[in-house]
Design a binder for this molecule. Structure first.
Ligand SMILES: [Zn+2]
Length: 279
């Protein structure tokens, strides 16, 4: 995301100062670009429609970004002052559309506290973000049924008559905060290597490999869930497959309880009864 330096022009400062409390000067701000979301099918088998990205572009202006939950109160926040939807005609999504991405232009006030975070952003360490938003429609790619209105029996990730089932997120109604996370759901948002090399072994080895992949998937889910839940979270190193599953379930119900209580307003990606989720 910091592949290009953002020139802090007067026009940029004018946009920034629409959102700041006092009037900021150029030397007081650090600006950077983040890939908020795109129209690629993500690992949860969800994607935004290109139209939805256009709507989100408007909704994300002014939204706050956080580094992680511990920093929520310590003022280590960034804010989006501008957005841009960019189409890449030479690149196609998994479902054959022109790849389209929504970028956010964000600023941070340069403070002593923000120094290390700015260094991490500049160094490309903090380059994955996760976004929270609400959509009105969740359309099935196979039959077009709206998941928000009862949906259908198609299972995302499965193939029906050569057609992959995924959910198209349409008509966004709100955008919440965005945050830097360890593991984002969206493929383009930074994870380059998901699994280890495939091994050329026997059935037993293949089974072990499968188990390891499943554990890896669970750890990722746990990291994602943890990033949405404030408060203390325990370590999961050394847990076996059963332990990881239990922890994931516990975090999911904690998240649902928080969402139901109105304290976060964000539900897990798989809680389809709620319109709000994170990707
Ligand atoms: Zn369907």
């Amino acid at each position: 995301m910091s592949e290009e330096k953002i020139g802090i022009t007067d026009e940029v400062m004018e946009k920034i100062n629409r959102h700041s409390v006092g009037v900021l000067k150029k030397e007081q701000v650090y600006c950077f670009r983040v890939l908020l979301c795109d129209n690629e099918v993500d690992r949860d088998y969800e994607k935004f429609s290109a139209e939805a990205l256009g709507v989100l572009a408007g909704l994300f202006v002014g939204r706050t970004g956080i580094s992680d939950h511990e920093c929520r109160s310590s003022g280590q926040t960034a804010r989006i002052y501008d957005t841009e939807v960019k189409a890449y005609p030479e690149r196609k999504t998994a479902d054959g559309e022109v790849y389209t991405a929504l970028f956010g232009y964000a600023y941070m006030v340069r403070t002593e506290k923000n120094g290390s975070l700015i260094a991490e952003i500049e160094g490309g360490i903090k380059k994955e973000v996760s976004v929270g938003c609400a959509v009105k429609k969740r359309r099935c790619s196979v039959c077009g049924a709206d998941g928000a209105r009862g949906g259908c029996s198609h299972v995302r990730g499965k193939v029906y008559g050569g057609k992959l089932c995924y959910v198209v997120l349409e008509e966004p109604t709100d955008a919440y905060e965005w945050s830097f996370v360890a593991v984002p759901a969206q493929r383009a948002a930074g994870v380059t290597k998901v699994y280890g090399e495939r091994s050329e072994g026997g059935a037993e080895e293949a089974l072990r490999g499968l188990e390891e992949r499943f554990c890896e998937e669970l750890r990722r889910d746990i990291i994602r869930l943890k990033s949405f839940i404030s408060g203390k979270t325990e370590d999961f190193d050394g847990l076996d497959i059963g332990g990881l599953l239990d922890m994931k379930k516990a975090l999911e119900s904690q998240l649902r309880a928080e969402a139901a209580g109105g304290s976060v307003g964000i539900a897990a990606a798989d809680s389809d009864e709620l319109g709000a989720f994170r990707v």
